[in-house]
Design a protein around this ligand. Structure first.
Ligand code: CA2
Length: 197
């Protein structure tokens, strides 16, 4: 599983920190990018941080991520509420997808309560401010680590020709929320999504 993570931002998010401070906070998109880059470096993830106001550019980047990424984080902005095209592009990605909204969309107008993206996302982070992006990165980092630990165990088991009780489980699934050591010890494995390599 690739350690590349795409973090995509949709329309108007280039205006962060310039207007609507009560909704989206004081940080600019450049500030957010800097914080995300630091977090990604700590997690040993390679970050592709992008923003566009154009639906087509976002779709092209999702197609790119489909080929390269181990995880995709997207704040689709208002396109989340309107774009079936964005949803279709995301549905074609096998890697884990997390949707982030800075504001609590459920406290706002009814048209913001539905997102086409949520149905194809593994998780959604809403109303945590720009910290939502960092939480999403942490989560993707954990999924990637869990995958690599499970894969390492599978290789060792194959090399040693040992039949581990969890081998059948490891084959064909990803594991979530577990520190690598626990995965290796075979505790509490929980499948989340079919393996995609
Ligand atoms: O809360 C979020 O992150 C949103 O995705 C932000 C979108 C909005 O349409 C979604 O419903 C929720 C809007 C981004 C606009 O960002 C601005 C930032 C500063 C000034 C003006 C717009």
């Amino acid at each position: 599983m690739s350690r590349i993570v795409y973090l995509l931002n949709g329309p108007n998010l280039n205006l962060l920190g310039k207007r609507e401070l009560h909704l989206y906070g004081h940080e600019s998109l450049a500030d957010v990018q800097q914080a995300c880059a630091a977090q990604a470096a700590q997690l040993k993830l390679s970050l592709e941080f992008r923003q566009s106001n154009a639906e087509s550019a976002l779709i092209d980047w999702i197609h790119e991520a489909r080929e390269r990424a181990g995880g995709l984080i997207i704040n689709p902005g208002a396109y989340g509420h309107t774009s079936i095209a964005l949803r279709d592009a995301l549905a074609a990605c096998a890697c884990p997808i997390l949707e982030v909204h800075i504001s609590n969309v459920y406290q706002r107008e009814a048209f913001r309560h539905h997102s086409y993206v949520s149905a194809v996302a593994a998780g959604v982070i809403v109303g945590c401010g720009t910290q939502g992006y960092l939480l999403a990165l942490q989560r993707i980092g954990q999924v990637v680590e869990g995958y690599h630990a499970a894969r390492a165990l599978k290789l060792v088991a194959a090399r040693e020709q040992v039949l581990l009780p969890i081998c059948a489980g490891i084959h064909g699934v990803l594991y979530e929320e577990l520190p690598a050591a626990e995965v290796v010890r075979g505790l509490m494995l929980r499948p989340i999504k079919p393996e995609f390599d």
